[in-house]
Design a protein around this ligand. Sequence first.
Ligand SMILES: [Zn+2]
Length: 112
Amino acid sequence: MKKCPKCKELKEVSEFYKSKSTKDGLRTWCKVCNAKYNQEYKKSDKWKEYNRNYKYNRTHNDIDFYVLLNVRSRLYFSIKNKKKENTTIELLGCSIKYLKQYLESQFQPNMT
Ligand SMILES: [Zn+2]
């Protein structure tokens, strides 16, 4: 038996999740309290913040997103500088391939 300091109830060991970081190999709080805590946590700003950061990181690790951003800014400059239409097509066609290769080489982790 183990006492949960959260709900102050004496519960069976099976009512606690296992944990590697505690002495007895069990979580401090019982399953019920953990579930309650998680529910509250998902309503909190901290969780929303975490979610926002997660989405942000995912978008910014996406190579295609980077390519799009790069092409967009290049297009913007080419339009701004009133360059020939050929340049725009080239930017969308050939350069996106090169750009992607370049970006992929930057993002690839060292596999060796
Ligand atoms: Zn509890």
